[in-house]
Write a protein that binds this ligand. Structure first.
Ligand code: HPA
Length: 248
């Protein structure tokens, strides 16, 4: 089954016919909220709001391990994560959708692995390609059918938050090759890989990163929701076309 992790601006799926909600406990604690099960255009999907349904959990306190464990436990094989980002690359302006193909992790102090038990042998996962290329292609195909523009590829820089970045930090990220910056991409992507889930992310640019474009002096947080709302409507139509075209 396909699982969707909704981020800022996507705490629910408008066209999801909800069948039930499941409160879960995992060996890693509680997920961000109950898992919502339902049908999207007749196809079964599950959904979880990363920051909680009332958007109360900051990025560094999301229980990423519990969220992915719960989705996996409930039979998810594929996960699409939706995440708001700040745009660094010139074409990543507010309102643009982009599918990252690489990630750099700048987070710290988060519970980032399932393989930390001292009673087990050490396990290393291959993380050369952090996102599933098959799923990325499925999303791009669905975007075409939905007639929604979605850029293919970019490096996601995962920062700790919850504060936004300084202009100098963004300059450093750009020198590192980062195209977009967000706070939730890691450890979500690597935990999904540890569980053997097919995982891809749709990044929604909600602001110019610090020091860029109209964020030269400051980031206008008050504009974020007016940018996110229409962009999330586009994400919803991609998701609907995706479940329709692959039979889920
Ligand atoms: N920086 C970090 N995370 C973000 C941003 C940003 O500019 N916008 C949305 N998430």
């Amino acid at each position: 089954m396909l699982a969707i992790i909704g981020g800022t601006g996507l705490t629910q799926l408008a066209n999801l016919e909800i069948t039930h909600r499941q409160v879960m406990r995992t060996p890693y604690g509680e997920p961000s909220g109950a898992i919502t099960f339902g049908r999207l255009r007749q196809h079964e999907v599950m959904f979880i709001a990363r920051h909680g349904y009332g958007h109360t959990i900051p990025p560094h306190e999301v229980n990423y391990r519990a969220n992915l464990w719960a989705l996996h436990d409930q039979g998810a094989k594929r996960v699409i994560a939706v995440a708001a980002v700040g745009g660094i690359r010139a074409d990543l302006v507010p309102g643009v959708l982009v599918l990252p193909n690489q990630i750099i992790d700048y987070t710290h102090g988060r519970e980032f692995t399932y393989f930390d038990g001292r009673d087990r042998s050490v396990i290393h996962i291959d993380f050369t390609q952090p996102y599933s290329s098959k799923m990325r292609q499925q999303i791009l195909d669905a975007a075409k059918i939905a007639k929604v523009s979605c850029l293919d590829g970019g490096v996601y820089g995962a920062t700790q938050g919850p504060r936004l970045d300084t202009a100098a930090e963004i300059n450093r990220l750009e020198r590192d090759g980062v195209d977009m910056v967000g706070m939730t991409g890691m450890p979500e992507a690597s935990l999904a890989k540890e569980l053997g889930l097919d995982y891809a992310a749709i990044a929604v640019v909600v602001n110019h990163a610090a020091g860029r474009g109209n964020s030269r002096e400051s980031i206008h947080l008050e504009n974020i929701s007016s940018v996110a709302q229409p962009a999330m409507a586009k994400v919803r139509s991609i998701l609907e076309c995706m479940v329709d075209s692959d039979g889920n």
